[in-house]
Write a protein that binds this ligand. Structure first.
Ligand code: MG
Length: 464
């Protein structure tokens, strides 16, 4: 069931916004994965499917199950082995496979794994396609092939095509000193190789594939990248680059050893793309900072906001022919290449932008304003949380009569003169989530407090 006024109900559904995720051998068993493989072929009628995995311990077990399901539906399968998710997506498009299936739980802890499916244009399956696949599994309406026609599986290694694509795109002239931190994830091999090919001086850390993720969390953030920041400072390098477990996200440490704010670097890079393209549309989600609008509009571009989830951003990029898009977790999409967020490509493109603008990373984001985002969750029974969010819109308009924009693309979002507020129902917990951003901390607090008071009042009234 999908709600217009909140996140998706993840618990009752097999597929969430990013495909299937679950605890290995508890939620996500080989039997389920084989069924997903068979259902994907039943749905897509694919003749040739690419399969790949990240470095998780359960990767090979689930890949074997996936391949079984795909073969049983009659598709031939090319196994790419351990590669980043965007490499699978790119090769699916480049080599004209009918679908690509990635076994990964992205940035989740090691005991999780998951499945993400891509169509032939490199766009991840959205809600409609995922629902169709899920229906086939639920109803067991699989199309199994006659024994004579089951598929064949073999390994291929075509990641050199991805390396070539990047090498042709981004010629770097400066010898950048780069520390690459793959976190023992899927970029362990390709990321250092690519920066070396581009003429950079590279120090690779955590670049042994290890599904226990012993070095750091597979989610790159200010906390998990503290050791990387320290190394950048000590070795006095130009930049530190880190990826998540499957390499669709990148995070950065600047030349001074500071973690680079996700929203600000997204905004600064988006502005750079708009400047170079002479305008254009940039897509981001409802939670990103308004510094994205500030920077993009200042350079003649326009910002479109979607629901939270990289597939929604990718779909909007395609639909609106946008020049760039991304989410403030480091998932950036470069539509001139493919529609999957791509950590390695993003980090290369960022270095290229720094070169073009003759700036260090800290200088590159210096122009982008730093606003304040505050969050608060309000307890609210599951039965009424969506109704509360549905009702909150009219109330917010009354509380903020001078609002500039009203949107229900994901929950309810009001753009104000000096900030914005977003109210969403949690998809998994009995909570209503509020996010507010202000030009100053004081402004953010005022906006949030007014929103919180309103939501509490509504919850109180409806729980009676
Ligand atoms: Mg990821």
């Amino acid at each position: 069931m999908r709600h217009a006024f909140g996140e998706k109900e993840l618990k009752s559904k097999l597929f969430g916004t990013s495909g299937v995720r679950g605890l290995v051998n508890v939620d996500l068993t080989p039997i389920l994965v084989a069924k997903i493989g068979l259902a994907v072929v039943t749905f897509s009628k694919a003749k040739r499917v690419f399969a790949a995995r990240d470095t998780r311990v359960s990767g090979l077990m689930l890949e074997n199950a996936l391949v079984s399901g795909l073969l049983s539906g009659g598709a031939d399968v090319n196994c790419l082995g351990v590669v980043p998710t965007p490499v699978l997506a790119y090769l699916t498009k480049k080599l004209k496979a009918d679908a690509g299936v990635m076994i990964t739980a992205s940035h989740n802890p090691p005991q999780y794994n998951g499945i993400k499916i891509f169509g032939k244009d490199s766009l991840a399956y959205g809600d409609e396609s995922q629902d169709e696949v899920e229906k086939i599994i639920e109803n067991e309406s699989f199309r199994r092939e006659d024994w004579r026609n089951v598929g064949e599986a073999f390994h291929i290694d075509e990641s050199h095509l991805y390396v070539e694509m990047i090498r042709k795109t981004a010629k770097l002239h400066k010898k950048w000193y780069v520390i690459v931190d793959s976190g023992c994830g899927a970029t362990y091999n390709l990321a250092p190789v690519i920066f070396e090919r581009l003429g950079c001086k590279v120090t690779a850390i955590n670049s042994q594939p290890d599904g226990f993720f012993p070095a750091r969390s597979p989610e790159p953030n200010a906390e998990s990248l503290k050791p990387l920041a320290k190394i950048v400072k000590e070795l006095d390098t130009d930049v530190g680059i880190a990826y998540d477990g499957d390499g669709d996200r990148a995070a950065f440490i600047d030349e001074k050893g500071n973690f680079v704010d996700f929203d600000r670097v997204l905004a600064a890079y988006a502005a750079h793309v708009v400047k170079k393209s002479g305008g254009g549309t940039v897509v981001t989600n409802v939670e990103a900072s308004m510094c994205v609008e500030k920077m993009v509009e200042a350079h003649g571009g326009k910002v479109v906001r979607t629901k939270v989830g990289d597939v929604y951003v990718a779909e909007a990029i395609k639909r609106r022919n946008a020049v760039f898009g991304g989410e403030p977790c480091g998932a950036w999409i470069h539509p001139q290449f493919h529609y999957c967020p791509d950590g390695i490509l993003s980090s290369v493109m960022l270095l290229k932008a720094l070169e073009d603008e003759e700036k260090s990373l800290s200088e590159f984001i210096a122009e982008t304003p730093q606003y304040q985002i505050l969050r608060e969750n309000i307890a609210c029974k599951n039965e009424i949380k969506y109704k509360v969010v549905e009702k909150v819109g009219e109330g917010l308009k009354t509380v903020f009569p001078a609002y500039k924009e009203y949107s229900t693309v994901d929950g309810v979002r009001l753009v104000l003169r000096n900030g914005w507020i977003l109210v969403r129902a949690s998809g998994t917990e009995p909570l209503v989530r509020l996010t507010a951003e202000g030009e100053s901390l004081k402004a953010a607090r005022e906006i949030l407090e007014k929103g919180v008071a309103l939501v509490k009042k509504l919850v109180g009234e409806m729980e009676k």
